[in-house]
Design a protein around this ligand. Structure first.
Ligand code: ATP
Ligand code: RIB
Length: 313
């Protein structure tokens, strides 16, 4: 049976420019390569990943009553996402992200949250009626809604998977009762723990600190081209699972797709190490393509990727 995932998170329209150089303060620069509007937002990217990878995905978010909101909603509907619990907010515009992508594919992102900030307890309570197998969240909506969603999921014994981006140093991780997975990237790990996960020893130290702060069963630190470090807090065992080589075009949404993929594969197999390898395959494909929602593969593309490389999960 298909797994049903409730994504309680953000939706944005991304305004994307490719840049050769990031201007310093006070400098203005002409960059005459193309710009694009691409559907994005951490929650939406993950919701699309769940749907494309074979889950039933229910998306709880807020969009503005504007043209961007209409474009995003029809994209989700077309992808088979259950959009019944998306609220069209009358007070705020749809979230917008300004993204600069450098030549080697690295990005810099500033998010105007708009309607994402208005997601609230009542929205989540309504969406929980769908009886999901798991609740998946990021930190791109308001803190109160995230904490309420975690508490309501715990009351209903629904496992919670958290992609810890964007990081807020003062986020009360301790109030997130009973996470199955907490997954930050390198910079988010450093913001939460003060430890740069640049060696295996530092990954262990950071994972132990995150486990103590957040009471999660697994900590999975996303390490970009190095892969991901998974720490099992019950057995106190960790492993660095290397990425699969990719020609990097644009890393946007790699983390969102990775964490969605590992969540789904963990729910299917119950094996976190296998789930991280599946996440690495999805992340590797995502970085080899441009944009956010545009770069996320479907299940058959991941299967072909694994088969071509002779990878057994
Ligand atoms: P984002 O750019 O979306 O913010 P992130 O910083 O949250 O991403 P990353 O650690 O950059 O997350 O990437 C997530 C996963 O994608 C990695 O764990 C890895 O599996 C894959 N990945 C990222 N960069 C590369 C790369 N250069 N080569 C191969 N795989 C990669
Ligand atoms: O993780 C990538 C996403 O972060 C982008 O799509 C952008 O909208 C921001 O939310």
């Amino acid at each position: 049976m298909k797994k049903k995932i409730l994504v309680v998170s953000s939706a944005n329209m991304d305004f994307v420019m490719r840049v050769g150089e990031i201007p310093t303060a006070g400098r203005s620069m002409i960059e005459s390569r193309t710009y694009r509007y691409v559907p994005g937002g951490k929650g939406a990217n993950s919701a699309l990943a769940f749907s494309r990878l074979g889950a039933d995905c229910v998306f709880c978010t807020r969009l503005g009553q504007d043209a961007n909101g209409e474009v995003l909603k029809s994209l989700y509907d077309g992808a088979g996402i259950d959009t019944r619990y998306i609220v069209n907010d009358k007070d705020y515009p749809t979230g917008l992200a300004v993204i600069m992508v450098e030549d080697e594919g690295a990005n810099r992102i500033i998010v105007y949250p708009g309607a994402n900030e208005a997601v609230c307890r009542a929205d989540v309570e309504a969406a929980l009626d769908c009886n999901p197998d798991a609740v998946f969240m990021q930190f791109e909506i308001g803190e109160r809604a995230i904490l309420d969603a975690a508490a309501m999921a715990a009351e209903r014994s629904i496992p919670v998977f958290v992609d810890a981006g964007p990081a807020r140093a003062d986020f009360p991780l301790a109030a997130m009762a009973g996470m199955t997975v907490l997954s930050p990237n390198e910079s988010e790990t450093e913001i939460f723990t003060g430890i740069k996960p640049d060696t295996e020893e530092h990954c262990i130290a950071a994972a132990q600190k995150l486990a103590a702060m957040g009471n999660a069963k697994y900590i999975v630190i996303k390490l970009g081209g190095r892969g991901a470090f998974v720490w099992d807090t019950v057995s106190a065992r960790g492993e660095l699972i290397p990425s699969y080589a990719a020609e990097v075009v644009d890393t946007t949404a790699a983390g969102d797709a990775f964490t969605a993929a590992l969540t789904l594969e963990y729910l299917r197999s119950g094996n976190m190490f296998r789930a991280v390898r599946y996440g690495n395959a999805v992340g590797s494909i995502t970085v080899s393509r441009a944009g956010a929602s545009t770069s996320i593969p479907c299940a058959s593309e991941v299967d072909a990727f694994l088969a071509e490389r002779g990878i057994v999960l």
